[in-house]
Design a protein around this ligand. Structure first.
Ligand SMILES: [Zn+2]
Length: 137
């Protein structure tokens, strides 16, 4: 990575009424996911109805922030030119310890990564926003 993430000028997330609790929690350093009060399974990304049992009984709960790397890719040609100064960077699928998988920026700090590596939630300032990222360990 050649540029500081704080210096980037990149588009932010599209926040909706459904996703606002997730994004507001990230700003304060917390990872919130939904939990189904009917089938007791965790859900991510935010939805109105549980994808496992189709009941509309989802409650926001704080996740542990722990997970493992399920897959990853090094990005050399980002989808938005604002990310070019930060290339190459890593994005990965993080299998949360609660079960769901989320796509995230992975902060490697120069370390080699491998599928199965332990990760922890690390909200990070990117441009003028705090965005959800994960770090090794
Ligand atoms: Zn359910």
């Amino acid at each position: 990575m050649t540029a500081s993430l704080q210096e980037l000028s990149v588009p932010g997330p599209t926040v909706t009424a459904l996703t606002e609790p997730f994004w507001e929690a990230v700003k304060s350093g917390r990872l919130m996911i939904q939990h189904c009060d009917s089938c007791e399974r965790s859900v991510f990304y935010p939805r109105a109805i549980c994808p496992h049992c189709w009941v509309d009984a989802l409650t926001w709960t704080e996740a542990s922030g722990r997970g493992k790397l399920k897959s990853f890719s090094q990005v050399w040609k980002p989808g938005h030119p604002g990310w070019i100064p930060a290339t190459p960077y890593l994005v990965g699928l993080v299998e949360l310890s609660e079960g769901p998988t989320m796509l995230s920026h992975i902060l490697t700090e120069g370390a080699q990564v491998a599928v199965g590596d332990a990760l922890h939630f690390a909200p990070t300032q990117i441009g003028d926003r705090i965005l959800p990222c994960f770090k090794m360990g």
